[in-house]
Design a protein around this ligand. Sequence first.
Ligand code: CMC
Length: 436
Amino acid sequence: MDASNGTSAKSATLTIGDESWELPILNGTIGPDVIDIGKLYAQTGKFTYDPGFTSTAACESQITYIDGDEGILLYRGYPIEQLAETGDFLETCYLLLYGELPTAAQKADFDYRVTRHTMVHEQMSRFFHGFRRDAHPMSVLVASVGALSAFYHDSTDISDPQQRMIASIRMIAKIPTLAAMAYKYSIGQPFVYPKNDLDYASNFLRMCFSVPCEEYKVNPILSRAIDRIFILHADHEQNASTSTVRLAGSSGANPFACIAAGIACLWGPAHGGANEAALKMLGEIGSVDRIPEFIKRAKDKNDPFRLMGFGHRVYKNYDPRAKIMQRTCHEVLGELGIQDDPLLDIAVELERIALQDEYFVERKLYPNIDFYSGITLRALGFPTSMFTVLFALARTVGWIGQWKEMIEDPGQRIGRPRQLYTGDVARDYVPIARRK
Ligand code: CMC
């Protein structure tokens, strides 16, 4: 296949044998052009083959842009560094959902609308009591978010823009309450109701860490840290869980059920589960002098071990979120007076060694956001099993924003990938008595 006219080409020519077809080339505002193969099968009788979607744009989107080679992440055009430094999480939510930063009045109105939806139906607490206390909080979150669809099914007409926005706001408002309930349940403490005069992050910390018998005072530095962690995780283009939400939603399914599908996908260690896995790995390494042994294992093709928190499908440079995360980690440890965290020492040294090692340099493997987030979240008081839950909480706005964008796309159709079939060809059924 040749692009007929270099990078400014409007079409590409596909030649198979002595037949040729022109394929349109579409331009985005930034990023690589895409070859439109939408009519390829109809015209040629051929599919494309791209397991893992490494070269496939599955949709058009205006929400998030990543330049993996340069280490750039933009939400609606704004660099992540600027949003994380100056704004708050609900401002980022507004930006992702509406496409523009809010004015002061729009922000106040949005905060109010989110705040008004923070409580969950009292009946929800009954669901929690059906789980074993030692259930992984992610399993509880998948189930409870899925269960929201039972409360808002008849009232959610996804063809009505206003109802789509209400569902989006409900999702953003209720996910911290459910995440905190999952945590409280796992440690046998009573659920804490949201307190609406607190900001989003402070409210979440209070729902997780306060108990009815004591006053709880939110530490503003820690609450700012958690708010920044939410901003860093809010959206990340067409990653596995977002694509899951889009695919689930493409059938017209209930949005709460679609978000539950995204949470299920996020759970895996190659995706959102990596922060939990990274912290476990640092614990397993145990001391700085054992790092070379683990680096050796990570490079050994016969050993399934990988350096968790390293590498990324898109970033072939430093993950911009990892830099902010590293700073936040130092701030949190400083505020809590943790002078010496042996895991932080291991992380810093591991990063230093890996960034000089030919194997990692050649493959452009850099620390990703999960490398330092585990240490930070642990210092904030969260057990490892809650790490992915916090990721899910923050990513909910990205998922719902991408779901909304998909539903609002006039060209939207049900997602239906094809396959390269390599199984048996048609053969006749053999009755069981005649099988050998
Ligand atoms: N440790 C050691 N080797 C690695 C690692 C790693 N963490 N990551 C990739 N490689 C090697 C891999 O073995 C392969 O080597 P070779 O070319 O010799 O076969 C090469 O680098 C390319 O790897 P890949 O598996 O083809 O890359 P991918 O784009 O499919 O995978 C990844 C991306 C994130 C799944 C992978 O880097 C990984 O498993 N990292 C550890 C898990 C992790 O930290 N995940 C969090 C991602 S960031 C949070 C999020 O967005 O969800």
